[in-house]
Design a protein around this ligand. Structure first.
Ligand code: FAD
Length: 292
């Protein structure tokens, strides 16, 4: 099912993001996770694309195909363009078509040291424009409630985001964030700038202190004072931090649902037990909104 069709049916769309196992692991190592995640009945599961973009590292289509055709859950395949070209993207799209996959998340990606930059695609909007020639794809895109780390300010980032929408992106997933106020401000600004597509809020339950340090260094997301207090209180025990981080994510999601977010995209890091804990807590709220 096209993701745009899901948004026509639901006020609040709920999805998971997973990453493929490394090429050195048999694909079967992820079967149990997929079985458990699909059993939680998300509206779709998205599958990341390795940053370098080499064929041997990328099992995105293989996973998207499994999710859709073995586990009967709509899938969204990510694709980055920064180190690719029109021929590489065309081959990816044709492989998607051959597997009856139609949902694609068009990304620029981040530069990998030592790899040549694309001669064809500078921004995600260039990739979206190229894919939109195919007509039969639903194109999603990424967005950043606190602004993308290379952007001088949020306004400029949202102006650039509008180009992505004008080039065919019809749904957005946000980068994870910890302060819902940033999401609400972003939505207000985006709507003012004429971005009307559904925006799903990206939420990641934090399991330990090392994870939060890695996320902050990679993405530059802000840690609000109330979350810093949790880290100070529970960060020295993985067990306590996992409980506090999961509760924090659940509270964040309930607040987002009650304030009319178009959807929740859960960064679940292939952790089915965590997905189950969050889903059982938030699904009554999602069901109630969708029944209205
Ligand atoms: P863009 O939309 O191209 O934006 C990048 C920067 O360029 C921004 O600062 C923007 O303001 C600026 N810009 C855009 N258009 C213009 C323009 N026309 N003129 C001037 N400036 C412009 N990475 C992976 O490697 N694999 C994944 O699977 C993956 N999945 C992701 C999923 C989500 C939901 C998110 C939020 C991110 C994901 N990423 C992934 C990370 C992403 O690749 C990086 O955040 C990357 O730095 C930006 O990608 P983008 O598609 O948002 O880029």
């Amino acid at each position: 099912m096209l993701i745009s069709e899901i948004f026509k049916k639901k006020k609040c769309v709920y999805s998971f993001e997973i990453f493929p196992p490394k090429a050195t692991f048999p694909i079967e190592t992820i079967y149990d996770t997929l079985e458990a995640l699909s059993g939680l009945k998300p509206d779709y599961i998205s599958i990341t694309y390795g940053a370098g973009g080499t064929k041997s590292d990328n099992r995105t289509i293989e996973l998207a195909n499994l999710v859709k055709n073995k586990y009967n859950t709509p899938s969204l395949a990510h694709l980055t363009a920064i180190h690719s070209d029109k021929e590489g993207v065309t081959a990816f799209l044709k492989e998607m078509q051959a597997n009856s996959l139609r949902n694609i998340l068009a990304l620029r990606g981040d530069k990998v040291e030592g790899m040549p930059l694309s001669k064809d695609f500078r921004y995600a909007s260039d990739l979206a424009k190229f894919i939109s020639q195919y007509r039969d794809f639903h194109i999603s895109g990424a967005c950043y409630p606190e602004g993308h780390y290379e952007s001088p300010d949020l306004e400029t980032d949202i102006e650039n985001l509008k180009i992505k929408i004008d080039n065919g992106v019809c749904h957005l997933n946000t980068q994870l964030f910890f302060d819902n106020k940033d999401f609400y401000k972003f939505i207000e600004l985006a709507r003012k700038k004429g971005i009307g597509v559904p925006v799903q809020a990206g939420v990641m339950p934090i399991l330990n202190k090392r994870q939060i340090e890695r996320i902050v260094s990679l993405s530059g997301v802000k840690i609000p004072a109330k979350f810093s207090r949790l880290i100070a209180l529970y960060g020295d025990s993985d067990e306590d931090m996992k409980k506090a981080g999961t509760d924090y994510a659940i509270n964040q999601i309930v607040d987002l649902i009650q304030n009319g977010a178009d959807g929740i995209h859960l960064y679940i890091m292939n952790n089915a037990a965590l997905a189950r804990a969050v889903t059982s807590a938030v699904s009554p709220y999602i069901e109630r909104i969708n029944a209205k």
